[in-house]
Design a binder for this molecule. Structure first.
Ligand SMILES: [Zn+2]
Length: 271
């Protein structure tokens, strides 16, 4: 009987023991890429703050003339205004990355607000016929642990830069921009420029100079995705293949141009 009693107590103890809590799910913060180590003469060009009806098509034309590709980190609110520019980018073989719905600075704001701006930007791109983005550029390069965790949950890779043209600065000349690019160009580096929201003439002139100059040096100018796919990084992070062009644009309406919201932060922001 004592043995039977002991067994009953042991069984009751097991049955009444609280379930072992599940380990908290481990979410890796999104990685940040500034450059990709490589010996191949590839260099990635990136353009922020578009799409812009005036400048984005000019950038694309210059890229095409020089056998080049690039990644455009677009702002969702501008995508809603110019969905046809997203179609044009995709059909030209350009890559579209996420720069937030409202260009919100992702530091010291709640996780829910981070998620809202990031997913809002992605939704705008997809609604305009673009591929679901997997690359994110931080507005003004600002982030914190919370925003990097949220971006990690959403499977993004944060794309920073290693060649900073500072083309957003008032008075920055095409010559100065071109000089920075040619001085800092190296295999696997990422160049940052802007195709929006306004006053991008210096950038246009600069890229018309640097694209043929880099090609003459043996460089191939590529999107960030192609840079990653040309390295070990792609295997580590499950980088998707290049999306195919789409034949038909979706039935999205273009709205009249208004840039007041972005002008209000200009030129305070730096990317
Ligand atoms: Zn920006």
């Amino acid at each position: 009987m004592p043995l039977f009693f002991s067994m009953c107590v042991a069984l009751a103890t097991i049955l009444s023991a609280p379930a072992k809590p599940a380990p908290p799910s481990v979410v890796r913060p999104a990685p940040t890429i500034k450059a990709v180590p490589m010996t191949k003469k590839l260099i990635a060009f990136t353009f922020d703050d578009g799409p812009n009806r005036r400048y984005t098509p000019r950038v694309v034309e210059l890229l095409k003339q020089n056998h080049a590709h690039a990644t455009f980190f677009v702002i969702g609110q501008e995508v809603v205004r110019y969905p046809d520019v997203i179609q044009m980018l995709r059909n030209a073989g350009m890559e579209v990355g996420n720069h937030g719905l409202h260009h919100k600075y992702l530091r010291n704001i709640p996780a829910a607000a981070v998620k809202e701006d990031v997913t809002g930007g992605a939704d705008a791109i997809v609604a305009a016929g673009g591929a679901k983005p997997y690359l994110y550029r931080l507005p003004a390069a600002l982030s914190d642990d919370t925003s990097r965790q949220v971006l990690g949950q959403l499977k993004y890779t944060i794309i920073s830069w290693s060649v900073d043209t500072r083309d957003w600065r008032r008075g920055q000349t095409p010559e100065r921009i071109a000089k920075i690019v040619m001085r800092d160009a190296a295999p696997g580096r990422i160049v940052i420029m802007h195709d929006g929201p306004a006053h991008r003439e210096a950038t246009m002139h600069a890229i018309s100079q640097v694209l043929p100059a880099l090609e003459a040096q043996g460089y191939r100018i590529v999107s960030v995705g192609e840079l990653l796919r040309s390295s070990d990084f792609a295997a580590q992070r499950d980088i998707p293949p290049k999306p195919a062009p789409v034949a038909k644009p979706p039935a999205a309406k273009s709205r009249p141009h208004s840039r007041g919201w972005l002008q209000s932060i200009w030129p305070r922001r730096i990317s």
